[in-house]
Structure formats: structure tokens, C-alpha cells
Design a protein around this ligand. Sequence first.
Ligand code: NCD
Length: 313
Amino acid sequence: MTFKGRDIINIKDFSREDLEHIINVAFEMEKMPRGDAKNILQNYITACLFFEPSTRTNNSFQTAALRLGANVLDPDLMEGSSITKGESFNDTIRMFDSYTDAIVIRHPQINTAKIAADIAKNPVINAGDGPNQHPTQTMLDLYTMKKEKDRIDGLKIAMIGDLKYGRTVHSLATALTRFSPDYVAFVSPDELKMPEVYIRSLKNVCAEVEEFERIEDLPRDIDFIYMTRIQKERFENLEDYERLAGVYQFSLKTLNHFNDSVRIMHPLPRIEGPKCELLPEVDNAPQALYFQQAANGVPIRMALLALVLGAVE
Ligand code: NCD
């Protein structure tokens, strides 16, 4: 199996063996002394092209590149680029491809990472294309599950929130079809349900798949709750967003419904204030895993950059 030169566009392009290999390399990256890691991508340059806001994905990719000794081109939200002068997306990608060794890209439109990968000679990594896919988030989610429970097969997982527009849950649901989860539940308001296509393919591998509208209807023995934000920026009608934001407010009381062995994940960001879907009072509970999950983005992205640039096998 070689990853050298490979684009990372859609999680469905990755087999179980691929995903397990990436997770194993991430474990090695996490253990590696900083002085050793620093030599892995010396003299390489990566570009982080973000056409949509990002805190974790952008900065953890940059941290990963810097920890490996690479340099990073990071045009601030692409606002300083010639795109604002009317330059085409294709020409912009061609330029960054000629200056750098790999491109990490986030864009509000579906399929943009694929279009960039078709133009670029060097590897392109999808850091989120609209409501479609977020494959590297899923890899860090799987890494987090493996680290916490030492397995991905046989788990009971519940995804909660905006399952219609949330790209993280679309990628995660697809990745789980490579494993054998014991039970997967989707909890959302009727208008924000998980698209049928993801449910259908999960039913082929998973003993039981259920849908609910209320968190309280979930079984108590869930291993991982995966909360998500209602995706304001994807709504055509802001009134619909206002009506649906805040439908779930995971609190310490909600946590009580589950066994102590449950772990709470969230790709973050969560909404601040009265519509918050995961209350800060949960942060100090031993079940809260979301900040650790975000930190796991660094070793996973170190593994991915080193693999696609051919610096590790
Ligand atoms: C997610 C995203 O951008 O899709 N954030 C992230 O990358 N950690 C989730 C979200 O924005 O709700």
C-alpha cells in the first residue's frame, strides 16, 4: 500500500486497511520525539487554502506541517489572493500547486476539492467541501475512538444534531461501513435527518440502525455520542435555522441518561450562548472527550501529510 501522491478527497476512497494504517502512523507520530519529527518534511512546503472559516482544521494542519519541519503558505481566508480580483479558481490552484508540495483546501461548494485535485499534480487534501465530506475529521474521529476504547468494531454510536448538512457525520457514517459497528443511531429533527444513502449502506454492515428525534429515546449503553452543530451557513431560510438551533442542549442531566462508560464527542465549534448544543457544564465530566478529540487532529494530520508526500510508508 502506498500513499505517496494520493489525494484525500472522499472517505469512501479509503479501505479499512488504509484507515487502520493511517491510524497506526498517527500513533507513531504522537509518540515520536519532537526533534525526530522535525526532520520528516524538512524542505517541503504545504498550502492551506481556506475559502471558509476554520479554527481547528486549518490550525491543526499548520501545526502538523510545522511539527514535521515543513513550511506553510496560509493566505488569510484567501481574501488577500487574486480571487478577489476575478482570477479563476482553476488558475489559483495551478499557482499554489506550482509553488508548494501539497494543498489542503476547504471550500463552501461540494466537489471543489475534487476539482482542485484534477488540476493539481501534487496531492490535494479535502478539509471540507460544503455539506459533502470532511474525510480528515473522520480519520481523527476514528483515531479518537480507537485510542479511547481500543477498537472500532462492535461499538455503539449515536450521531446527534444536524445530520442533513453536517459533513463530519456524512464522512463518519461512510467510514463506519468499513468496520462492523454493533449499533448506530441517528438523532435529529425531522427536517435535518441523515440522508437515506448513508443509512442504507450502514445497514449492510451494522446489526442495528435506528433513527430518533429525542436524545432520551437512545439506549443507555452507547459508547460514543457524536454531537454536531446546526449548520447555520447551509440554510436557505434563516427562520428555519432560528427554529431548529437549540433543539438539542446536551447537559449534565442528559449525560445522566447514559452509562458512565459513554464518551461525548463533537467536531466543534459549538454554538455559544442560549442555543448551545453541548453545554459547557459537561466539559469537566470524565465522559467529555471533545477537546482531546480536537487535539488528536495534529497526529492524524502529521500522518496524512507525511504519507501523501512519501516521507513515511
Ligand atoms: C466541522 C466542519 O467544519 O465541518 N468543524 C471542524 O472541522 N472541526 C464542524 C462544524 O463546522 O460544525
